[in-house]
Design a protein around this ligand. Structure first.
Ligand SMILES: Cc1cc2nc3c(=O)[nH]c(=O)nc-3n(C[C@H](O)[C@H](O)[C@H](O)COP(=O)(O)OP(=O)(O)OC[C@H]3O[C@@H](n4cnc5c(N)ncnc54)[C@H](O)[C@@H]3O)c2cc1C
Length: 388
């Protein structure tokens, strides 16, 4: 006897009413408020303060924080939808929201105790930008080689060292900082600390002058005898490597979302352009060669979207998602580079100028293959599973 499947599973891209409304609200906001400012923010390497305030008002800075603590009380998948929508218009705003939700809040949800959540969740949901500080000048892909040190002194820990490449460094009031509390134990000495910007000895150093996502601040952090109360250890002493690995495994799904948003944004601009631009007496979009390029790009974006949504839905379902997240980030970031580059080609010479937004999206796309694990690092993760 054949068993009939009576409960067909919805498509990965099917949204429920709440997700759809949230997506629309973010789309409207991005179009009305961010789009007019994106080029100027890029030029001036500055995140508009009003936009950050509006992001809090919109409820996208505390997506997974429970409503009782001031958040939106939604899930990880919703964060992915939000980052995708924002990144269609400006991937710099996309990554600000991404770090807040998929790294900082996500780490607190998994590792913070009740007291820490009660202290920081309401602030993160209301007005405090967060940052995630793992990398240093000498430790990137080899993150556990970090040189920052934590020494116990009475009721406090004292942190010393320097962090590099920290997204949101200029805007953040709250930082998850990784330092080694027991170098003799190697990576098993790494510990995560909750650090407030006002803590004595903590300061934000130079800001990087970057190729892309220029409105997103990327800064150095300087730790000079920063006193951190022992109650601000996130997880246990020596568990920081787990905090880092697990959070980044999840966070990189958000970078995949940033990249599909970016690629979709570039394609949307191109679809408009090829219908307006005329050569040989016709819109260039009427040439089959151009149409086929659009078709290929749309297909690649959809493939990446399915990888990203699948990884996010697996995470929300409590299923294993490590390899799916690595594949999603790898494919989406490489795809975004191809698509953004081709969108410049479709704009011809104009695409090479700042007159059209695809030039910025092309520069912004480059970061996807670098942060939260380079493409090589994603391939390493995937290969381990393939070879098993
Ligand atoms: C704009 C920006 C924002 C960032 N934001 C943050 C942040 O918020 N928080 C944070 O902690 N960090 C952040 N980073 C740091 C980022 O995660 C690192 O730059 C990244 O992990 C790569 O490290 P690296 O720059 O030291 O490069 P390296 O590790 O030196 O890599 C250089 C090259 O060598 C390759 N490579 C290295 N090791 C291997 C290997 N074993 N096998 C094969 N290839 C290898 C890499 O794939 C890469 O191509 C940010 C970086 C940038 C540029």
């Amino acid at each position: 006897m054949t068993t009939l499947i009576t409960d067909p599973r919805p498509a990965l891209t099917a949204l429920d009413e709440r997700e759809r409304l949230f997506q629309e609200a973010v789309r409207d906001f991005a179009t009305a408020e961010i789009a007019p400012k994106a080029a100027e923010m890029d030029r001036e390497q500055r995140m508009d303060r009003a936009i950050v305030e509006q992001l809090f008002e919109l409820g996208v800075m505390g997506i997974e924080i429970p409503e009782a603590q001031g958040g939106t009380g939604a899930d990880f998948f919703t964060s992915v939808l939000v980052v995708e929508e924002l990144s269609k218009v400006d991937p710099s705003v996309g990554v600000l929201v991404d770090v807040q939700n998929t790294l900082v809040i996500n780490a607190l949800r998994r590792w913070a105790d009740d007291k820490q959540r009660a202290r920081y969740f309401p602030r993160l949901a209301a007005d405090t930008v967060g940052a995630y500080a793992l990398s240093e000048a000498g430790s990137g892909s080899d993150a556990f080689a970090l040189a920052s040190r934590a020494t116990r002194d009475g009721e406090d820990w004292v942190l010393n060292g320097q962090k590099l490449w920290i997204t949101n460094g200029a805007e953040a009031g709250f930082f998850i900082v990784f330092a080694n509390a027991d170098p003799d134990a190697g990576y098993k000495g790494i510990t995560a600390f909750l650090v407030e910007r006002e803590f004595e000895g903590f300061s934000v150093g130079k800001k990087e002058d970057k190729l892309g996502i220029r409105a997103s601040s990327t800064t150095e952090l300087i730790l000079e005898d920063v006193r951190v109360p022992a109650e601000n250890v996130l997880g246990a002493v020596g568990q920081g490597y787990k905090v880092a690995i697990e959070t980044l495994n999840e966070g990189r799904i958000g970078i995949g979302a940033q990249m599909i948003g970016l690629a979709q944004g570039a394609l949307d601009h191109s679809v408009r352009y090829v219908q307006e631009r005329e050569q040989f007496g016709r819109a260039i979009g009427s040439f089959q060669a151009v149409q086929f390029q659009l078709a290929e790009m749309a297909t690649e974006i959809e493939a990446a979207r399915l990888l990203v949504y699948n990884a996010a839905r697996l995470k929300d379902a409590g299923e294993p998602f490590l390899v799916q997240a690595a594949m999603a980030k790898l494919y989406a970031s490489e795809m975004a580079q191809r698509v953004a580059s081709r969108c410049i080609d479709l704009h011809g010479g104009y695409g090479f100028t700042k007159e059209y937004p695809v030039e910025k999206l092309y520069r912004d796309a480059k970061i996807g293959t670098i942060y939260e694990g380079t493409s090589n690092m994603q391939k390493q993760t995937i290969a381990k599973v393939v070879l098993k």
